[in-house]
Ligand binder design. Structure first.
Ligand code: WAQ
Ligand code: MG
Length: 289
């Protein structure tokens, strides 16, 4: 029987996983995998075992440190909108990165800052070109880094699709021919970022086999860009761009600590030529129209 929260709604639990190889993160292990879920009580056992399996079978190496935290959430969790999903038909990394820079500029990031951020992810955004567990927070006008800990970064946490929506969204992504698990997780994370006040986000994976990245912004939606990274490169990361004068403490608290449920992802569009998408956005057309 599902446990009840105040007011009779089923209680919700945050499930967070982080995994490392070569020891825990705090003792020099390298980060292998992390995940966030929000679930009803009866879904917990299966979800926890899925996360452990995933950490042990990850492309970056099998974890020998896995921490799973299960925490009951307050009775009422805000429900936030999900971004629409568009895929651009970019053909190679040079084009992909030019398009990413243009999208970031349209979203309000200074052009030079956008290019610098792409260079930062390519080089490895952590100290000495290392990977970060979380995201860079960057001033969109000056390029100054704002995250309190530049080795760890800021981690978007306690977010998931609303209970009962997963299957439908996964099905929608699969019908569009997309790797549903990967896209779902990233688009949910980006949706929370947008809700928290992020001007724009840039991301590609540190997984050497995964080359599609994205730019996300309230005005653009979640825009997938194939070949944003060349194949075989084990370096990636995330950059959240914020406008100057953002209350950083409140912003980071929203991303890391305030739970949110994404009502649904927006529509999932078939691949579109980058030039056409850029034109439509400049004309002020919504990504889904
Ligand atoms: N919060 C903030 N930053 C994070 C988080 C998080 N919860 N999780 C990972 N990062 C940062 C960290 O620096 C990683 O190195 C980097 O992002 C990339 O993480 O639609 O898989 O999990 O097909 O490797 C994009 C999907 C996939 C594109 C991104 O990222 C698509 C991906 P990964
Ligand atoms: Mg990864």
């Amino acid at each position: 029987m599902a446990s009840e929260g105040a007011g009779g709604a089923p209680a919700l639990f945050s499930v967070r996983m982080r995994a490392a190889a070569g020891g825990p993160h705090e003792r020099g292990g390298w980060h292998v995998s992390g995940a966030e879920r929000i679930l009803c009580a009866d879904e917990l056992p299966r979800a926890v075992s899925d996360l452990v399996r995933r950490a042990r079978g990850h492309a970056l190496g099998s974890a020998d440190f896995i921490q799973v935290t299960v925490e009951r959430l307050p009775a009422s969790v805000p429900v936030i909108p999900g971004l629409p999903v568009t895929t651009l038909a970019a053909a190679e990394t040079g084009e992909a990165r030019r398009v990413a820079a243009e999208l970031l500029a349209i979203a309000g990031v200074d052009e030079g800052v956008a290019r610098a951020a792409i260079g930062l992810l390519a080089a490895g955004p952590g100290p000495g070109g290392s990977l970060m567990r979380g995201a860079v927070v960057m001033d969109a006008a000056t390029g100054r880094r704002q995250e309190p800990d530049p080795a760890r970064g800021v981690r978007v946490s306690t977010v998931d699709l609303a209970p009962g929506v997963h299957r439908r969204v996964r099905e929608r992504l699969r019908r569009a021919g997309l790797p549903s698990h990967r896209v779902l997780e990233a688009a949910v994370l980006a949706s929370k970022g947008a809700w928290a006040g992020t001007l724009a986000e840039l991301c590609w994976s540190d997984d050497p086999g995964y080359t599609t990245g994205y730019v996300a912004a309230p005005r653009l939606g979640y825009v997938r860009i194939p070949y944003l990274k060349p194949a075989g490169v084990p370096v990636g990361g995330r950059v959240f761009f914020v406008v100057g004068g953002t209350d950083l403490d409140a912003y980071v608290r929203r991303l890391e600590d305030e739970p949110a449920l994404v009502a649904d992802l927006g529509p999932v569009s078939p691949p579109v030529p980058p030039t056409r998408f850029l034109e439509e956005i400049r004309l002020g057309l919504a990504p889904t129209s």
